[in-house]
Design a protein around this ligand. Structure first.
Ligand code: ZN
Length: 154
C-alpha cells in the first residue's frame, strides 16, 4: 500500500497567512483559488450563517457573471476562514476583478438570499442577507488592505 501523502493545502504555512486571494493549486486547466477572508488560528471565524449565506450569494453571482462558464466550483472551507473558487482557464487579474465585481453585487443586493427554500438548500433557515453583506464588505476591505500577489508567503 502507498504511504499516505500530506495534501498540498496542508503544506501552506497557516501561521503567516493573511486574508487575501491566493492560487492554492493548478491542476491542468483548472486553478483553485483560496479566497481567505480571515487570518487563520486567531479565533476570528466566519459564523456558519455568514459562510452559508455568502456561499449562496457569491456562487449565484459568480456563475452569472463574466467567469460564469469557467466556474467549476465555489464553496466554504471547513475551518471557517475562507472559500475555494475553482476556475477553468483562469487569468489572475481577471479573476480578482470579477471577485471584486461579485462582492459589489452582493452589497447591492436586495430581497431574499438566492436559493433560500427547503427545495433548493439543505438548511435554508440558516441564511440571512445581512451576514452575507457584512462578509462581502469585510473581504473587500481585506483585498484593499494590501497588494494581492496570488502567491502564498514561504
Ligand atoms: Zn444552502
Amino acid at each position: 500500500m502507498k504511504p499516505i501523502a500530506r495534501i498540498q493545502s496542508f503544506s501552506v504555512n497557516h501561521d503567516k497567512l493573511l486574508p487575501g486571494l491566493y492560487v492554492s493549486r493548478i491542476d491542468g486547466d483548472i486553478t483553485t483559488y483560496d479566497m481567505r477572508t480571515r487570518r487563520p488560528n486567531t479565533g476570528d471565524l466566519m459564523s456558519n450563517a455568514a459562510m452559508h449565506s455568502f456561499e449562496h450569494m457569491f456562487a449565484t453571482y459568480v456563475r452569472n457573471g463574466a467567469l460564469g462558464p469557467d466556474v467549476i466550483y465555489f464553496g466554504p472551507m471547513g475551518c471557517q476562514t475562507g472559500f475555494y473558487l475553482l476556475v477553468r482557464h483562469a487569468d489572475n487579474a481577471r479573476v480578482l476583478s470579477e471577485v471584486r465585481n461579485v462582492l459589489g453585487r452582493i452589497l447591492e443586493h436586495t430581497g431574499p438570499v438566492f436559493g433560500a427554500s427547503a427545495r433548493e438548500c439543505g438548511n435554508y433557515i440558516n441564511l440571512d442577507l445581512t451576514s452575507a453583506q457584512q462578509e462581502a464588505r469585510r473581504y473587500l476591505q481585506e483585498l484593499d488592505a494590501r497588494p494581492v500577489t496570488f502567491t502564498y508567503e514561504e
